[in-house]
Design a protein around this ligand. Structure first.
Ligand SMILES: Nc1ncnc2c1ncn2[C@@H]1O[C@H](COP(=O)(O)OP(=O)(O)OP(=O)(O)O)[C@@H](O)[C@H]1O
Length: 348
């Protein structure tokens, strides 16, 4: 048989697929070109993970054909829809499909550990038996790909829906998955809101099973994303993270005021980087002060959910992609206690 498009397609029809059928009958082969022994085609139309595991098989099968010099199966980088466009008009706040509860994690000031708390609390709730999703809505500085140790482009079988990723038992989506590393986002408010709307509405949140709770890691401050989330999505409540420092508390009060004005219930406050216990001598130091957040929650009559220690393991584990809450140390125990409170109060 001479090498031709037909002979290549014939060969590809003999590659059996797991769910049945073959790459040709399932419409996964596009733009086939055969020229002086060089075979090229595009693999498209299935989740990215399926295409990636299929690629070596189809390439090997075609390579066996007499006259083949090289085979290249290309998986298009842009198989998921573009994120970030103007939002489409929407009436009132909508629930997130496939999700029972939505909890936003906010902070007034940056760098107080909001993303660390989101990641670890999500893990702790999952370890307590809940089905948990984590949405990294910190569009300007997504941290969850690093904290969760996963960063690849999510698949989109139909070019519209986006299949979330999975790590540490959580269902995950981050704007970071859709960008090249070090790519900056230079968007105005409407584009940000469009991206948020896509991540809430186009991601198949129940792809790995219906979720008890979706944790939303917000950007710091009181900007467009917070406003858009509270106005367009049915949220059960917000948790505010602050360090005990006066300046952080000052900004946390602004975040509290914003959630109040948007009629989003504040579930409680968390004090992060509360105490530091010297690993050598056991001496306890309060680098950023201590107890300020608890005092503030009493003053405002908002539940105080807990104080989390400043702990080197938390920083190292966050940087290495395995949140400390997956372990058994003091931080994991502190997060487990907060998760239990949320479950006991019926928030999750
Ligand atoms: N309890 C803690 N102990 C030790 N390190 C911590 C703790 N909480 C957070 N960190 C570290 O502090 C840094 C900032 O934390 P994180 O990124 O979670 O803050 P953030 O409030 O989400 O910041 P951003 O302003 O980027 O939204 C990270 O390096 C993180 O590992």
């Amino acid at each position: 048989m001479t090498l031709s498009k037909e002979s290549v397609l014939e060969t590809l029809r003999n590659v059996a697929l797991e769910p049945g059928g073959d790459p040709v009958s399932r419409g996964l082969i596009h733009a086939l070109a055969v020229e002086t022994g060089v075979v090229r085609f595009v693999l498209e139309g299935a989740p990215l993970s399926e295409l990636e595991s299929l690629r070596p098989r189809v390439e090997a099968a075609v390579k066996e054909l007499p006259g083949v010099v090289s085979v290249t199966a290309v998986i298009p980088a842009g198989s998921a829809p573009r994120i970030g466009g103007h939002p489409t008009p929407q009436a009132g706040p909508l629930p997130v499909a496939g999700v029972k509860h939505v909890i936003a994690i906010g902070s007034g000031k940056g760098g107080v550990g909001k993303s660390t708390v989101s990641a670890n609390l999500a893990v702790a709730l999952s370890r307590a038996g809940k089905k948990v999703g984590l949405l990294d809505a910190d569009i300007y500085g997504p941290s969850q790909p690093r904290m969760m140790g996963i960063n690849r482009r999510p698949a989109s079988p139909d070019g519209k829906t986006i299949l979330p990723l999975q790590a540490h038992g959580l269902t995950l989506m981050s704007i970071g998955f859709m960008l090249k590393e070090e790519e900056a986002i230079i968007w105005r408010g409407p584009m940000l809101m469009g991206a948020l709307q896509q991540m809430l509405g186009q991601v198949v949140w129940d792809y790995y099973g219906a979720l008890d709770v979706l944790i939303v890691d917000l950007p710091p401050g009181t900007g467009d994303i917070q406003l858009s989330l509270c106005q367009k999505t049915k949220i059960d409540g917000a948790i505010i993270v602050s360090t005990p420092q006066d300046i952080a508390m000052l900004d946390a009060r602004k975040a509290l005021d914003m959630f109040r004005r948007l009629n989003t219930p504040v579930i409680g406050l968390i004090e992060n980087m509360s105490t530091y216990v010297c690993p050598n001598c056991g001496h306890e130091v309060h680098l950023f002060g201590h107890g300020g957040v608890e005092a503030e929650s009493k003053r405002l009559d908002i539940p105080f959910l807990g104080a989390l220690p400043l702990d080197l393991e938390v920083r190292l584990s966050g940087d290495s992609g395995t949140p400390a809450a997956t372990g058994d140390g003091p931080a994991a125990q502190a997060y487990a206690a907060i998760a239990q409170q949320l479950i006991a109060s019926g928030r999750v």
